[in-house]
Design a protein around this ligand. Structure first.
Ligand code: IPM
Ligand code: MN
Length: 353
């Protein structure tokens, strides 16, 4: 198969971790006889520096013309403490999500047997946890009307959701639940928020179409607690954009490191694959960041974008073996030897070849 991949390393540790995923993609393609073509493009702070836009038109065109987007991270501390900045690196990611119509962010949370003792949570609580967070990605407070009034002393963000946005994300979540353990948890704040009440209303309307799926409803504050007191409760969890952002960082603790959580964003145009950890500027350029989340995102890319399941499985197997053999970066190494980002990438790639 011929695979056209848009490569968007972005900022911070993005370039380092994406470079490792590329090694792994190349190894898989060599082993299974696929031809791969990369087109690199700018997004985030590096794009602002070069073009004054965080998501340049050229980058959008390259994404549209590709079969998948492999993305690193965006963000730069120089913008974080400047509330007056006109453009921000994060705007690039949000524009990309919106313009590619990526309304669903799929964040699987799994545990690795040899890592359960590294989780900040008790081993028996996390051992065997395996769930999928489905986060709505192009609506809610992130994209609703926002602004300042009173000469800047009043600020607002609007948490707005339309029926079609809720229906399409719930449909996807119901379908994923069907392919898994048929248990869907709809997370909202319906005791307070009107938008949540609409989510719940629509979910209840859709329930009869999926009689084989057991649905429960949970308030987000309760879900935040349940994720750490009983993560094995969950199979598929679906929620709105902001709640999903917060809950998935929390959920990453279940696997032991944020450096392990991969994600796929899917929707109307080219799907995008990215680690959830962000740009981690303190580690940028040091060759210490964990590349496994990006490598696992590449596995999701083979599975979700190309329908190449064996290839995805080969990557997962090599990642599990690297962890089992303690070929891991400092976030997972504990008192053992910490390998560098590129050493872990090389090990996983050569294990596939
Ligand atoms: C994420 C990130 C982004 C988000 C930021 C970088 C805009 O935290 O993908 O979870 O808030 O969605
Ligand atoms: Mn986030």
């Amino acid at each position: 198969m011929k695979l056209k991949i848009a490569k968007l390393p972005g900022d911070g540790i993005g370039p380092e971790v994406v470079a490792q995923a590329v090694k792994v993609v190349d190894a898989v393609c060599a082993r299974y006889g696929h031809e791969v073509e990369y087109r690199e493009a700018l997004v985030g702070a590096c794009a602002i520096d070069a073009t004054c836009s965080a998501y340049p038109e050229e980058t959008h065109r390259i994404c549209l013309e590709s079969d998948a987007v492999l993305f690193g991270a965006v963000g730069d501390p120089k913008y974080d403490n400047d509330p007056t900045a006109k453009v921000r690196p994060e705007t690039g990611l949000l524009a990309m999500r919106k313009q590619l119509g990526l309304y669903a962010n799929l964040r699987p949370v799994e545990t690795f047997k040899s890592l359960v003792h590294k989780s900040p949570l008790k081993e028996d609580l996390v051992d065997g946890a395996d769930f999928l967070c489905v986060r709505e990605l192009t609506g809610g407070m992130y994209f609703g009307a926002k602004g300042r009034e009173d000469g800047g002393d009043t600020a607002y963000d609007t948490n707005i959701y339309h029926r079609f946005e809720i229906e399409r994300i719930l449909k996807l979540a119901f379908e994923y639940a069907r392919r898994r353990r048929r248990h869907l948890t709809v997370v909202d704040k319906a005791n307070v928020l009107e938008s949540s009440r609409l989510w719940r209303q629509i979910a209840k309307e859709m329930e009869p179409q999926y009689p084989d799926v057991q649905v429960d409803y949970m308030f987000v504050d309760n879900a935040a607690m349940k994720l750490i007191t009983g993560p094995k409760f969950f199979d598929v969890l679906v929620t709105e954009n902001t709640f999903g952002d917060i809950l998935t960082d929390e959920a990453s603790c279940v696997s032991g490191s944020m450096g392990l959580l991969a994600s796929a964003s899917v929707g109307e145009h080219t799907s995008l694959f990215e680690p959830i950890h962000g740009s981690y500027p303190q580690a940028a350029g040091k060759n210490i960041a964990n590349p496994l989340a990006t490598i696992l995102s590449a596995a999701m890319m083979f599975e979700y974008a190309f329908g190449l399941m064996k290839e995805g499985a080969a990557i997962r197997k090599a990642v599990t073996e690297s962890i089992d053999n303690n070929i891991v970066t400092e976030d997972l190494a504990g008192s053992g030897k910490a390998y560098s980002t590129s050493e872990v990438g090389d090990w996983v790639a050569s294990n596939i070849r």
